[in-house]
Ligand binder design. Structure first.
Ligand code: URA
Length: 206
């Protein structure tokens, strides 16, 4: 389990585009999309498979299919950009939604919406949120998913920080984290440093 920093030159290049304050809306959206594909691919590396057999035009050979369903669960709203990319990778995967906003004073998450596809008990749940800052939202989202019966959960984010990683691994040691970077810390407003700013604002142009 633990925190996996995806070590790849393309991941670092896309992340640098996202960090760059001069990256415009379209460039930010494209980079988040491309980076989410790379992170999602890596995060799903250990999916359980079933052996199948395949008839090629020439003969029968061994094949494989993913054993259990995969559900994509974005944390609103910045997670939506990542969910869109993951659904390109996994066109059959249902997408649920976890709505939470952050109380700007306490930095505590305030849940306001939860919609989970049926069958979550057996599914591989991929929870996505670009920023693992205080870890409060991620912990709350995973609390909610577990209450709904989810057992196999992964968290995919773009940038984490030591506080967020520590909070998550303490609260949910069974949930692996996949990220492009673990930054140095948080400022007094709960933003990751150096980070990339407000991921939702940058993705939606707000
Ligand atoms: N949410 C963001 O969008 N950015 C941060 O740096 C922290 C939380």
């Amino acid at each position: 389990m633990g925190c996996h920093v995806v070590d790849h030159p393309l991941v670092r290049a896309k992340l640098s585009t996202l960090r760059d304050a001069s990256t415009a809306l379209c460039g930010f959206r494209d980079a988040l999309h491309e980076l989410s594909l790379l992170l999602g691919y890596e995060a799903l590396r250990d999916l359980e498979e079933e052996i199948t057999s395949v008839q090629t035009p020439l003969e029968i050979c061994g094949g494989s299919r993913v054993r259990d369903a995969i559900f994509i669960m974005p944390i609103l709203r910045a997670g939506l950009g990542m969910a869109e990319a993951l659904s390109e990778l996994l066109p059959d995967a249902p997408i649920g939604h976890i709505g939470m906003f952050r109380d700007e004073v306490t930095l505590e998450p305030q849940p306001y919406y939860l919609r989970v596809p049926p069958g979550i008990e057996k599914a591989n749940v991929v929870c996505v949120d670009p920023m693992l800052a205080t870890g409060n939202s991620a912990v709350s989202a995973i609390d909610q998913l577990k209450k709904c019966g989810a057992k196999k959960i992964r968290l995919v984010c773009v940038v984490g920080c030591p506080q967020g990683v520590a909070r998550m691994t303490e609260a949910h040691p069974d949930v692996p984290i996949f990220t492009a970077a673990v930054d140095t810390g948080l400022n007094e407003r709960g933003y990751i440093l150096p980070g990339l700013g407000d991921a939702g604002d940058r993705y939606y142009g707000t």
